[in-house]
Design a protein around this ligand. Structure first.
Ligand code: TXA
Ligand code: MG
Length: 315
């Protein structure tokens, strides 16, 4: 039985209590809904992998309430400090060298000597982290390989019966996952385009980010790069300026018919709508989806990354 909790005081207390007892609780962040577990509890973390059906070599992001809490576990390089100061709380995940496991389950890092950490900017996530008073491991709350959830209803549709509860905080504002920057070596490297535009990160650092593994691969050093990911059930064709017979069109700007990511051509709005639209296309039973071209700057980079994965050949 998966409980649907309101994001009021009682719901938040209940959620924290469930997490402290080893339960799996999904909660909203500004990017997407996370599937939380106490990161210090091996069994709870193992249950995340089980609930998602996730390949166990894919490590998890640990969520903490502030940068000070991060320092207990990780080495903050100068670049990391600067980025954290500018963008935390927010849609940025930093991969940092581990200073001390301090109880964090080895299952969280899947054997790497770095930890991915994020300080979310969502009042419900913040309240849960403070009330739980533990580091919380939380991947996106979807079955592995499926589209990330941006509402509590999406979470229920994918994981009902496999998790203890979902805290309903309404739709996520950003709508795509956090941008991941690896600050564990001298040169910061972009591992995943996401809700924080790369341009803002580069402006803050005063230099370009190195590029992580661009080509999809299954190597443990390139997690999150599995080719087919973020996929709706139907096939996906990109950069379509018109539809072929039998296709459902996911438009952008002036190019829009069946469904439109943002009629006004606003990339922020498009990011917020992306996963909802893909979930809706699934619910409609769309078998062939054609997607309009999306400009490849700002949040468009994250949107195009997710769409390319959705369009990638499937096993
Ligand atoms: O916005 C988000 O980041 C959401 C919300 C819930 O915070 N979380 C999320 O988590 O997207 P997840 O698990 O779906 O994606 C985390 C990505 C994965 O691709 C994982 O492989 C990568 O982060 N990752 C985790 N630890 C890593 C590490 N030590 N080094 C490199 N990549 C890592
Ligand atoms: Mg995910």
């Amino acid at each position: 039985m998966t409980r649907h909790l309101d994001a009021d005081d009682a719901g938040l207390r209940r959620a924290a209590q469930m997490l402290r007892r080893g339960g799996l609780v999904s909660f909203p962040t500004e990017t997407v809904y996370g599937l939380g577990a106490d990161a210090t509890d091996d069994t709870a973390v193992a249950r995340i992998y089980e609930a998602k059906g996730r390949p166990s070599f894919n490590p998890l992001i640990v969520h903490l309430p502030d940068a000070e809490a991060v320092e207990a576990y990780c080495v903050m390089t100068e670049d990391a400090r600067r980025l954290a100061g500018a963008f935390w709380p927010g849609a940025l995940t930093l991969v940092l060298p581990i200073r001390a496991y301090a109880g964090i389950s080895k299952l969280v890092t899947a054997g790497l000597d770095t930890l991915a950490v994020r300080v979310p900017d969502h009042p419900v996530a913040q309240a849960i982290l403070r009330e739980t008073a533990r580091p919380v491991a939380a991947p996106s709350a979807n079955p592995s390989g499926r589209v990330s959830p941006t509402t509590a209803q999406h979470v229920i549709a994918g994981l009902a019966g496999r998790i203890e509860a979902v805290v309903d905080g309404g739709p996520c504002g950003v709508g795509v996952e956090s941008t991941i920057v690896d600050c564990s070596e001298d040169e910061p490297v972009l591992l995943r385009a996401g809700g924080l535009p790369v341009e803002a990160i580069e402006a803050c650092l005063g230099r370009a980010l190195g590029l992580g593994p661009v080509a999809p691969s299954t190597a443990p050093s390139a997690p999150g790069q599995l080719a087919s990911h973020y996929a709706p059930s139907g096939s996906v064709r990109l950069d379509a300026t018109e539809t072929e017979p039998g296709e459902t069109y996911l438009g952008f700007g002036a190019l829009g018919a069946d469904m439109n990511l943002s009629p006004s051509g606003d990339l922020v709005e498009a990011a917020a709508n992306l996963f909802s639209c893909l979930h809706q296309l699934d619910a409609m039973g769309a078998e062939r989806i054609a997607v309009a071209p999306i400009p490849d700057h700002g949040l468009g980079r994250a949107i195009n990354d997710r769409l390319r994965r959705a369009a990638a050949p499937r096993d």
